[in-house]
Design a protein around this ligand. Structure first.
Ligand code: NAP
Length: 269
């Protein structure tokens, strides 16, 4: 019996169990994927407890992607950015599949090469996205509520390409300079503040990618549509990162369409 799960706090918004359970059923794999809410002070106990209980793997979501990286050997990309969203508990290895999930979803809409991209958020997902964009030749501007964290990330990533920090309070100054805006914060997500993470005046002539997928239409996506922008929500990114996690755990081709359909159904779409 393959036991998988997702750890995060809070976790109620997640459609990952629906997506992975449908995939395993489709592939004839006897297994279960559980959503496990873990309080931040219990992260270490939860991870090693899951290993002791026979879990093969875990996905990791907000706010643990960086903290959990300290307990594991890290695969190539995860070791570069020190952010992990997939754990193989048998081999004690941490991976990052957010980057590939994001890029696959983005490239279905736009070629990011040479585009100027604002990434709002310097947490686990912001890091993965900024790195993935730099690898694709984008010019990346990082902004983050906590300035020191954003500056540190931009400095660290500048060895991979054109990357700098812009203060969160002054994002409005970037009007007219951007091709793509990415929300890598939980703003707009079910259970979090329903605010938009950038000033409204930026929401024209850009592609807006909100990594939040629940609700499917966040306040940011709504405002961006009103401003005539192309928009992408986080659903396809979720499906693609989940598919790559499943590939790591079971070594088989993931059924993308089955996973997308199950995620959409769980969201009531
Ligand atoms: P994280 O590591 O906890 O980082 C959260 C980031 O959001 C930090 O940069 C934080 O800024 C910022 N933030 C939090 N609350 C804020 C607020 N009220 N105002 C402004 N900034 C705020 O979380 P994460 O793992 O990167 O996840 C971030 C979001 O990405 C999640 O909420 C989720 O919706 C989305 N996500 C989507 C997918 C997908 O597949 N679609 C996958 C993973 C995550 P500070 O540094 O100042 O705290």
């Amino acid at each position: 019996m393959l036991i998988l799960g997702l750890i995060g706090y809070p976790i109620g918004h997640s459609v990952s169990p629906a997506m992975h359970n449908a995939a395993m059923e489709h592939l004839g794999v006897e297994g279960i994927y559980l959503a496990l809410e873990v309080r931040p002070q219990s992260l270490r106990d939860a991870v090693f407890g899951a290993k002791a209980l026979g879990f093969k793997g875990l996905n990791v979501t907000i706010p643990f992607k960086e903290e959990v990286a300290k307990f594991f050997r890290l695969d190539g990309l995860a070791s570069k950015i020190k952010a992990v969203n997939t754990l193989d508990l048998e081999r004690m290895l941490g991976y990052n599949t957010d980057a590939i999930g994001f890029i696959k979803a983005l490239e279905e809409k736009i070629n990011p090469s040479d585009k100027v991209v604002l990434v709002v958020g310097a947490g686990g997902v912001g890091k993965a996205i900024a790195y993935a964009l730099l690898e694709k030749g984008s010019k990346v501007i990082i902004s983050n509520r906590t300035m020191t964290k954003g500056i540190q990330l931009a400095e660290k990533l500048s060895k991979y390409g054109d990357c700098h920090f812009h203060p969160y309070e002054k994002i409005g100054e970037l009007e007219g300079e951007l091709d793509i805006i990415v929300n890598a914060t939980p703003l707009g997500m079910e259970g979090f503040e329903r605010k938009i993470p950038v000033p409204e005046e930026l929401l024209h002539d850009v592609l807006v990618f909100d990594t939040v997928y629940n609700p499917p239409e966040t306040p940011l996506i709504r405002k961006a549509k009103e401003g005539g922008c192309k928009v992408v929500n986080g659903l396809d990114m979720l499906v693609y990162q989940g598919a790559e996690s499943l590939r790591i755990w079971i070594g088989r081709e993931p059924p993308i369409d089955v996973m997308r359909e199950a995620a959409r159904k769980a969201l009531g779409l």
